[in-house]
Design a protein around this ligand. Structure first.
Ligand SMILES: [Zn+2]
Length: 472
């Protein structure tokens, strides 16, 4: 498999340092609110990468943190009249509700900043000992002048950055370089704090991720992932702190997903197009959001809008209908006259789908093309199923291929099937069939209309009567 490495700016062969064992760190949410669709994208994307690496026969150690102490957490907690800890606990529960809905696997471990204070203090101590850290009136800072390769990930020219930062006076106070960033912030009135060798306070944001990555995955991880907005300064700072402390490469592959837009504009609170996942699931189910996210290549910008999400609903229903149809026809009792040419055709389509799907996934996790390969099989399988000339075994093989490949994407076309068709509707279907046999077409039509009024349609196929929800 090849993956685009933001550090080298090219696709590279993806191999783990340790045989068949990938170590992945994904920057997790700051738990002050429900997570928004800009967060949903990296969580879904890198969960899919993890699932694919597992499907390829690897073990994956997957760490995703919770930033549970931070300005945003403190401010929101104060405004709600609860402690930052209470707010964080509540929002971590809410995170798991949405993450479970989106079928994001639980990380191997979800470390929290507040539970990693010892690791953080240990790391800052090393940076002090090695001359990379200094104190000011308000905290402990990392001195980027001591780390000559600063800027290597983002490719920013340091002089330009320094000139920009120098204009913002707030970034200058007491610092040796305007780009120096806080490792430890001294306590302020009313804020939670922990004791440290430099004074009571709390960790800076960047040091948390370095400390949690080093503590849980060792000095060098295979993949460190997040949204492209984290590349600078967050990931740049993580590299500086980690490599300054260990003297080893921190990350082998930096992987970043592209921007999320809403209604063709950058998502922002001021534009009024800022949505949490919870907002969207009022209109679209979780699995549609996941499917929608994966329909785009992860490095491309993605745009959430009603028309595109509606199109995703329709596309997804085509897959679900196909899987239903294949099961239905394969399990029908009617004898099938197998046509060897049609049989061979579908067998080849199954192999082609698998081949193209894997080729796409191997090429920088191209889920867009992988889903296109799935639709090729959907089309071929629908034709085969309605021809009445392909064996149940081959139809089921097509169905199981669709289910297996979608499962690697974290999608299940057989979900929500339980009790999907209510008993009384099934009884109506039987009555209609009986009426038709008795050539009482007026009654049959009346019952059909009643079934439709209940939200289902009946289809007469060569293999018998099929009931499906309207709209599929
Ligand atoms: Zn991070």
């Amino acid at each position: 498999m090849r993956i685009y490495n933001s550090m080298t700016r090219q696709k590279e062969e993806l191999t783990p340092l340790e045989d068949n064992h990938f170590k992945i760190y994904v920057c997790g949410p700051t738990v002050y609110d429900l997570f928004h669709i800009g967060n949903a994208r990296p969580f879904v994307t890198f969960d899919t990468l993890r699932r694919y690496l597992i499907w390829r026969g690897n073990e994956v150690s997957y760490i995703q943190n919770f930033t549970d102490i931070d300005d945003k957490v403190i401010i929101r907690a104060h405004s709600e009249g609860i402690t930052p800890k209470e707010l964080a606990e509540k929002m971590i529960d809410e995170y798991f509700k949405d993450a479970d809905g989106l079928n994001i696997m639980r990380a191997t471990k979800h470390p929290r900043a507040t539970e990693s204070i010892d690791d953080i203090i240990h790391l800052i101590s090393i940076l002090f000992d090695k001359g990379f850290a200094y104190t000011t009136d308000d905290g402990v800072y990392f001195s980027i002048d001591q780390f000559p390769s600063y800027g290597k990930l983002s490719g920013h020219k340091l002089d330009d950055l320094i000139a920009g930062a120098s204009e913002r006076v707030s970034e200058l106070e007491g610092k040796r370089n305007p780009l120096d960033f806080a490792l430890w912030k001294f306590k302020k009135e009313g804020e939670p704090f922990w004791a440290s060798p430099w004074g009571d306070g709390r960790p800076g944001w960047h040091i948390e991720c370095s400390a949690m990555s080093l503590a849980n995955l060792g000095e060098t991880v295979d993949i460190h992932a997040g949204g492209v907005d984290l590349q600078f300064p967050h990931h740049e700072n993580e590299i500086a702190q980690s490599e300054a402390a260990t003297g080893k490469p921190f990350v082998r592959y930096w992987v970043h997903n592209g921007f999320v837009n809403v209604n063709y504009e950058k998502m922002s609170k001021s534009l009024g197009n800022f949505f949490t996942v919870r907002d969207l699931v009022e209109h679209y189910p979780y699995h549609i959001l996941r499917f929608f996210i994966l329909q785009a290549h992860y490095r491309m910008p993605i745009n959430f809008s009603d028309d595109l999400l509606d199109a995703a609903v329709t596309s997804w229903q085509r897959i679900v209908s196909s899987v239903d149809l294949l099961s239905f026809v394969a399990n029908a009792s009617e004898k099938i006259e197998v046509d060897p040419a049609k049989e061979r055709e579908l067998t080849e389509e199954i192999a082609t789908c698998r081949f193209n799907w894997q080729k796409a996934m191997d090429d920088d996790l191209n889920t867009a093309d992988a889903i296109a390969a799935i639709f090729d099989l959907v089309r071929a399988a629908n034709t085969a199923a309605t021809s009445g000339a392909v064996s149940p075994e081959t139809l089921l093989s097509a169905r199981d291929t669709l289910i297996e490949l979608l499962d690697v994407l974290g999608l299940d076309p057989t979900a929500e099937k339980e009790d999907k068709i209510p008993d009384d509707v099934l009884t109506m279907v039987e009555e209609r069939t009986k009426a038709k046999k008795e050539r009482d077409f007026a009654t049959a039509d009346r019952i059909r209309d009643e079934i439709q009024a209940r939200g289902f349609k009946v289809e007469d196929t060569p293999q018998g009567v099929r009931v499906i929800p309207l709209g599929s």
